[in-house]
Design a protein around this ligand. Structure first.
Ligand code: PHE
Length: 450
């Protein structure tokens, strides 16, 4: 064992990669990616998405991780340490903290739904139902008040339980167990879907690009989806970055995270679209795709119940490793800045999130008449973070690395004080200084105007 670093952070590079990949892979990949692809016409959108992930996502991700690893601090402490003379940067940390809490509040609602669907599918309640009945069940459940809150609460408790166990014994240990299960389940789902009669059409939809389908709006959607899916712009990567050991290679670590995240997103397309097409259902059915359309697919396939349970367990695992990364942001802040114990921090913050999150959950039912700027409370939280907070966060992180932190420090961090060659550095620095800020400013403005 080496220095104090080992006690504070992840125990190995693999642990760091799995934890950060677990944070990245979530409902964004398995729930949001397929329906966004469905709404934006398929293959061409995927190519655009992949280009954004690697040309912009990876450099921005590296910048955020640098802030964490160089400072070895939580989101607020990081800016205080790296910009001691310019306190204004601390507001970046505050923004990250708020974004993490808001995302966690609405994310935990949909995460709770996954638990309900494990119960529904394993108890056979989805079997033999007509599509209209399945839609009705989804509506009845989400419009209610007790069960959505109950499952959201259970999800918050599960997450808090793992966070309380600590960075190595909680986050690292559980992501190491859960991620391989997720991969195996995903591969099984793909095999099932690809071996259905009529799977071909779904594959064509995914992989035959039709560029006429790309509009200005799909470009925005692709970039927004890349930020959300890679968890960029809200401090999760600063927090996990602060746990990455000094000898780990930040470039390859980021490539692994982005590569695995993209791979799982595409696999979930492969698991979903061939099956949706094989049963003549619509790929463009929006956010209810996995909850309303897929149960019909499972209903019509041999072995449907087992695959339904497998799928919703998969979705739950994906969501859980992401909520862990969301909760760790404010917890590390409370531990380091307020000197709270981990347990107290995890419990009190989860309680606060449950209070805000309850409004998000109820905004599908009893509170659905409450609208702000034409959005429900859930919609507002989603919109605020996706359109404003994450792009602003990502923009400011790149400006911090590209223009504020001395270039030599950035190089020092990427080359591990000269031990690695970092031949890509000039390209990286150019992207972070010019291209990424301009692109992010663009989506920010376009998003605000849309
Ligand atoms: N990246 C996660 C997903 O794809 C969502 C997320 C965003 C998690 C921001 C943490 C922080 O589901």
């Amino acid at each position: 064992m080496e220095s104090t670093n080992n006690n504070r952070g992840f125990s190995s590079n693999l642990g760091a990669i799995l934890a950060a990949t677990g944070g990245a892979i979530g409902l964004g990949n398995i729930w949001r990616f397929p329906y966004t692809v469905g709404e934006n016409g398929g293959g061409a959108f995927i190519l655009l998405y992949i280009a954004f992930v690697f040309l912009l996502g990876v450099p921005v991700m590296m910048s955020e991780i640098i802030i964490g690893r160089r400072s070895q601090k939580n989101v607020i402490g990081a800016f205080r340490t790296l910009a001691p003379q310019h306190k204004g940067w601390i507001s970046m940390g505050v923004l990250s903290l708020v974004a993490a809490l808001v995302i966690y509040s609405f994310y935990s609602v949909v995460a709770g739904w996954t638990l309900n669907y494990i119960v529904l599918s394993s108890s056979g309640q989805l079997i033999g139902k007509m599509p209209a009945e399945i839609s009705q069940m989804f509506a009845d459940f989400t419009h209610g008040s007790f069960w959505p809150l109950f499952y959201q609460f259970v999800f918050l408790c599960l997450t808090a339980g793992i966070i309380i166990l600590g960075v190595q014994k909680g986050i690292e240990k559980y992501t190491k167990i859960l991620m391989p299960i997720l991969l195996v389940l995903m591969i099984l789902m793909c095999i099932r879907s690809l071996t259905l009669d009529g799977a071909r059409q779904g594959i064509d939809f995914l992989f035959k690009p039709d560029f006429s389908k790309i509009t200005g709006n799909s470009i925005l959607e692709a970039l927004g989806q890349a930020l959300f899916s890679l968890s960029i712009g809200m401090g999760a990567l600063i927090t996990y970055g602060s746990y990455i050991q000094k000898q780990d290679n930040l470039f390859t670590t980021s490539l692994w995270i982005a590569g695995a995240d993209t791979f799982i997103a595409i696999l979930s397309g492969v698991a979903i679209f061939p099956a949706v097409f094989a049963f003549g259902l619509s790929p463009a059915s929006g956010p209810s795709l996995v909850y309303e359309v897929l149960p019909n697919v499972f209903n019509s396939m041999p072995g449907g119940t087992i695959f339904a349970v497998g799928f919703f367990v998969l979705l739950t695992i994906a969501a859980l490793t992401s909520t862990i990364s969301l909760l760790e942001v404010p917890v590390l802040w409370a531990v380091e800045e307020l000197h709270w114990g981990r347990r107290k921090a995890a419990l009190l913050i989860s309680l606060a999130v449950f209070i805000i999150g309850a409004f998000c959950a109820l905004s599908f039912g009893p509170l659905n008449h409450v609208t702000i700027f034409g959005l429900t409370i859930f919609g507002l939280c989603d919109h605020l973070t996706a359109i404003y907070m994450m792009p602003i966060g990502a923009l400011l992180f790149t400006l911090f690395i590209g223009w504020y932190l001395p270039k030599a420090d950035v190089y020092d961090e990427l080359s591990n004080s000269g031990q690695l060659k970092a031949r890509y550095f000039r390209v990286y620095y150019f992207i972070v200084r010019y291209i990424a800020p301009l692109a992010l400013l663009n989506i920010l403005i376009a998003g605000i105007l849309s």
